[in-house]
Design a binder for this molecule. Structure first.
Ligand code: SAM
Length: 263
């Protein structure tokens, strides 16, 4: 169901999606299925080792170690799959809902991939526009402009979604073009600190006065926040998005940086 706009501002979009949003991560060399097979084989080997060690005299205590490793691997992979297929939609549905959009904003999604955030935010923009930009690199299975537009059609928001090919460090948009800039799990892919800073600078350049910025990422979020402060953004916050966005374990969380551009 599309976000309700009857009260003048929009509520959270549905985290249940009709489209196919792939799997986040680098699977260029070994496919997700291939990596699952490898992990399954390792878990089976660890389980077999546990069974053998448990039956050998004087060794039962050692059996605990491969057993714990096997359980940790299963939990880690389960957490990763949950995050990429379900958790990020649950979390971003709340994050976007909390923005209380009017519904006529123009929104830019940096590194939109297959459109997980793009189609959700478009649900909240019956009179607005959601633009996604991406280089369609690895780091998400099957990302392409066609896949994103197909998802927009499946979610019923194709009329307000646009997709562009480009680099987030050199945005092909005029200054003051957007009311909101969002991004999820993109900027850490940019190899140098200078280029990541250029991406933040570009995000602020295209933001209109009164606009907001909302960036989720695995790393470097302290630097994003610091740069936004230098650029004059206010009401800055940086917070942990919780277990729905753990990438396999609690020590791989996703953090969210937000700020207002009150020029
Ligand atoms: C892990 S995916 C996340 C996609 C989407 N934001 C989501 O949450 O589903 C990272 C995306 O960032 C894109 N990307 C990485 N570096 C980029 C850059 N410099 N400019 C534009 N897109 C980039 C990749 O092509 C990929 O689609």
């Amino acid at each position: 169901m599309l976000g309700d706009t009857s009260s003048g501002t929009t509520t959270a979009p549905s985290p249940r999606r009709r489209g196919d949003y792939g799997v986040d991560g680098d699977f260029e060399t070994v496919s997700p299925r291939g990596q699952l097979v490898v992990v399954g084989a390792i878990v089976a080997a660890l389980a077999a080792l546990t069974a053998v060690l448990a039956t050998v005299a004087d060794a039962p205590a050692f059996a605990v170690i491969p057993g714990i490793l096997a359980v940790a691997l299963v939990l880690g992979v389960t957490s990763y799959i949950h995050t990429t297929r379900v958790g990020k939609f649950v979390v971003w549905s709340r994050v976007l809902g909390d923005l209380q959009l009017r519904g006529d904003e123009e929104v830019l999604d940096l590194g939109c991939g297959r459109g997980a955030l793009l189609t959700m935010v478009a649900e909240l923009l019956p009179n607005g526009r959601a633009v996604g930009i991406d280089l369609w690199h690895a780091d998400q299975t099957g990302n392409s402009p066609e896949a994103t537009l197909r998802n927009a059609a499946l979610e019923g928001v194709a009329d307000r979604v646009e997709v562009r090919t480009g680099d987030v460090t050199r945005l092909p948009f005029d200054d003051d073009s957007f009311d909101l800039v969002i991004s999820n799990l993109v900027l850490h892919n940019i190899p140098s600190a200078a280029a990541r800073q250029a991406a933040i600078d570009e995000a602020v350049r295209v933001l209109r006065p009164g606009g907001r910025i909302v960036i989720g990422d695995l790393m470097h979020t302290k630097h994003y926040r610091a740069r936004l402060l230098e650029l004059g953004l206010t009401d800055l916050s940086r917070r942990d998005l919780g277990w729905h966005m753990w990438w396999g374990a609690p020590f791989f969380p996703t953090r969210l940086v937000t700020g207002w551009y009150r020029r």
